[in-house]
Design a protein around this ligand. Structure first.
Ligand code: ZN
Length: 168
């Protein structure tokens, strides 16, 4: 066996980090210390694997296959259509609000709506009438945008394949 006594573990691992030292020289000739260092190396390897797990090389291919297999959920299609509808509504309203005359008429209609539901309906109709007479083009554009976006949203819904009945 080696003439020098086994070094302290802390000293041995410290020299393992730096790469040289008398404890390392001892471990090269001592079976017990060599086994300890091998254990330490394997443990360190496991720790690194835990801290930074490498994804399997086939991960991307597997994920893409899964995505291709499962159809897009119907609910997401509905939400897409709803988003398109709401966005177009917002754009149409924004167009109206940028039109001063239309905004004034709508403000009048809204103010009359506060007095009561009947007054609200009357105000709404009179407001719509006034709106049409003063800002017909804006209203026509607004309606056209809403209608076309609705058609687009419906087409998206219809165009998507329904979930297969065999799976349901
Ligand atoms: Zn030793």
């Amino acid at each position: 066996m080696s003439p020098t006594p086994c070094p302290d573990l802390e000293v041995l691992f410290a020299e393992l980090e730096s790469g040289e030292g008398p404890a390392l020289d001892h471990a090269a000739e001592c079976e017990a210390c060599a086994a300890l260092m091998e254990d330490h190396r394997l443990l360190e390897q496991d720790l690194f694997r835990l801290a930074d797990p490498l994804p399997p090389p086939s991960l991307v291919v597997n994920v893409m296959a899964r995505v291709a297999e499962s159809p897009v959920p119907q609910r997401r299609e509905v939400w897409t259509g709803l988003c398109i509808l709401l966005t177009s509504l917002g754009v149409g309203l924004g167009f109206l609000f940028t039109n001063d005359r239309a905004l004034g008429r709508m403000g009048t209609a809204f103010a009359s709506s506060v007095t009561g539901s009947r007054a609200f309906v009357e105000g709404l109709f009179s407001g719509a009438h006034a709106l049409w007479s003063t800002a017909g083009l804006a209203v026509a554009c607004f309606v056209a945008v809403v209608v076309f976006s609705s058609l687009f949203g419906l087409k998206r819904l219809v165009g998507s394949p329904p979930p297969s009945l065999s799976e349901a």
